[in-house]
Design a protein around this ligand. Structure first.
Ligand code: APR
Length: 257
């Protein structure tokens, strides 16, 4: 395994342009089930793929809203794990480090990552379902059946997250694409790499010459094209990556060396 670490850290001088794409796997060790894990408790009988859609919200806004309220409540007791913290530390040591996430849980920011490109939105934010503008919950108008309405136009609020079949936030996606095309090293961490367009980012980076690293306990559709693969939990692998990086690069940048 040391040879694999040496191969990876050799591509990570402090001057490297690094992009990290994360998925639900990096939050799994914080206790948030990955998107395709069976939902627990009350929601076990619902398929998230069905609930996380504009059609479901149009059909039964209260059901969908309550599901997100349950997820927000569950998220309140959740902390970032060692994997989130290792990525925040890596960003402090590599100036051209960009973190792109598919997660909506906000744990990267909570762990101290300075900038996070949130491709699929953020669970804690709401927006007007008609105007598509973010609305502060304090300004919303409660409705008689426990929902919230837009103070501007009266339409229902919905979570500011990307539902299946919806477009990603244009600026976030174009920024992520630009960074993937320019980077020297691209990490795909804790994602099944099947949901587009995020799943195209590692392929794009590879096509533009990046060194591609995958961190995942299981194989994914991009495992075959990765230049280095570390099979394991990100909460263990990412802190080890940080340790290996310090050994290789902080030592060499010591005084007078
Ligand atoms: N550490 C690293 N990876 C893990 C861990 C862990 N502890 N536990 C699970 N994984 C991996 C799984 O092997 C899987 O490849 O995380 C991945 C989770 O895959 P998904 O559940 O498909 O989550 P994700 O890839 O983020 O899904 C992408 O699709 O469901 C929609 O919008 C949702 O953002 C989500 C997107």
């Amino acid at each position: 395994m040391q040879a694999e670490w040496d191969k990876i850290t050799a591509h990570l001088p402090p001057s490297a342009r690094v992009v990290v794409l994360t998925g639900a796997g990096v939050s799994e060790e914080s206790g948030i089930p990955t998107f395709r894990d069976p939902q627990t408790g009350l929601w076990a009988q619902y398929d998230p793929m069905v609930l996380a859609t504009a059609e479901a919200f149009a059909r039964d806004p209260k059901l969908v809203w309550d599901w997100y309220e349950w997820r927000r409540e569950a998220r309140r007791n959740v902390q970032p794990n060692a994997g989130h913290r290792a990525l925040a530390e890596l960003a402090q040591n590599i100036p051209q480090f960009v973190l792109v996430t598919q997660n909506i849980d906000g744990l990267h920011r909570l762990a101290g990552s300075p900038e996070v490109i949130e491709l699929h939105g953020n669970l804690q934010r709401n927006k007007c379902s008609r105007e598509n503008v973010v609305i502060d919950r304090a300004r919303a108008r409660p409705t008689e059946n426990g929902l919230l309405a837009c103070p501007n136009c009266g339409a229902l609020l919905r979570p500011d997250v990307v539902w299946f079949g919806e477009m990603l936030p244009r600026e976030a996606l174009s920024c992520a694409i630009g960074e993937a095309e320019r980077c020297d090293v691209f990490f795909s961490v804790g994602t099944s790499a099947v949901v587009e367009p995020a799943a195209s980012l590692p392929r794009l980076a590879k096509q533009y010459g990046a060194f591609l690293v995958e961190i995942n306990p299981r194989e994914t559709p991009i495992s075959g094209m990765a230049d280095a693969t570390v099979h394991g939990k990100s909460g263990e692998v990412l802190p080890e990556l940080m340790r290996q990086w310090r050994l290789r690069w902080l030592k060499q940048s010591g005084p007078g060396e």
